[in-house]
Ligand binder design. Structure first.
Ligand code: NAP
Length: 265
């Protein structure tokens, strides 16, 4: 009897935050995991160690996803290490809070390169590898609720995430004949550093979220595990909002009244 091959996943931006949570959850779910990072090597090595503790094979793989030659190197290194690719999670992303009138070309280009251009070409390279293998695959893009809300000073980040969601549907359409599903997760306010939840900013944020709490990396990670699974085999081109209802209140006419601040936990 041969041991079945474990599915493999490449998670970009997995050294910290939501990507770290996704990598660890995928390892728990039975995947071998490539842990991509840009500069936080020590953190990425720790995440890979955590994946191995869950029974997975795991490797920390450096690459700036905003740099196309580096992306090519990342895919090549992943395939050399793991042999094939079943799941790509385009998680890496950078924010930018700058007034529209002050935004520079350099800032615009960097946000677009990492949040959109890199995802476009990483998806293309991953799909080419999946098609060559002939066993389909899954791609999941991490967008944001900023794809639909207009928060001040995010006039590059928001449009980049909106375009990423649209791209998700285009890729889903063109890759469906190859058995490749492409979906998006759209997180709301998600705490990625311990201790932040007690700051005045996050206490205020919580009062504006209908479900009364901020998001955690695990909330997004479990959605990724589901969308990657056979249970989601008929889902493609979808975007799953994971925000505790943050985008539900409809502005001035909203019946939603923020509740009292919950006691500190
Ligand atoms: P984070 O805590 O700042 O972590 C970002 C991760 O991405 C790190 O692992 C970082 O690697 C990596 N990264 C950054 N630039 C990269 C690049 N050019 N190439 C490769 N990796 C890169 O971010 P996060 O809050 O978890 O956000 C992760 C994703 O979720 C992003 O796409 C973000 O837009 C989205 N999102 C976040 C929230 C939220 O509230 N946190 C809400 C909605 C959507 P290094 O450690 O090496 O720098």
């Amino acid at each position: 009897m041969t041991t079945p091959t474990r599915p493999t996943a490449l998670v970009t931006g997995a050294s910290r935050g939501i990507g770290r949570g996704i990598a660890l959850a995928l390892a728990e779910a039975g995947y071998d995991v490539g842990v991509n990072y840009a500069s936080s090597q020590q953190e990425a090595l720790e995440v890979a160690k955590g994946c191995r503790a869950a029974g997975a094979q795991a490797e920390a793989l450096p690459a700036d996803v905003g740099d196309i030659p580096a992306l090519k190197g990342l895919l090549a290194a992943f395939l050399e290490r793991f042999g094939h690719l079943d799941l790509l999670v385009n998680n890496a992303g950078i924010g930018l809070k700058v007034p529209f009138l002050e935004t520079t070309e350099e800032q615009y280009d960097r946000v677009m390169d990492v949040n959109l251009r890199g995802v476009f070409f990483c998806t293309q390279m991953a799909a080419q590898a999946m098609i060559a293998r002939g066993q389909g695959g899954v791609i999941i893009n991490n967008t944001s609720i900023h794809r639909e809300i207009q928060y001040p000073n995010t006039s590059v980040y928001g449009p980049a995430k909106a375009a990423l969601e649209k791209f998700t549907r285009h890729a889903a359409l063109e890759l469906a004949p190859h058995g490749i599903r492409v979906n998006a997760v759209a997180p709301g306010a998600t705490i990625t550093q311990e201790g932040l939840d007690t700051t005045p900013h996050w206490r205020l944020v919580r009062t504006r979220i209908p479900l009364g709490r901020h998001g955690l990396p695990e909330d997004v990670a479990q959605a990724v595990v589901f969308l990657a699974s056979e249970q989601a085999s008929y889902i493609t081109g979808a975007s799953l909002t994971i925000d505790g209802g943050a985008v539900l209140p409809a502005g001035l006419l909203s019946p939603y009244t923020p509740g009292p601040e919950p006691p500190p936990s």
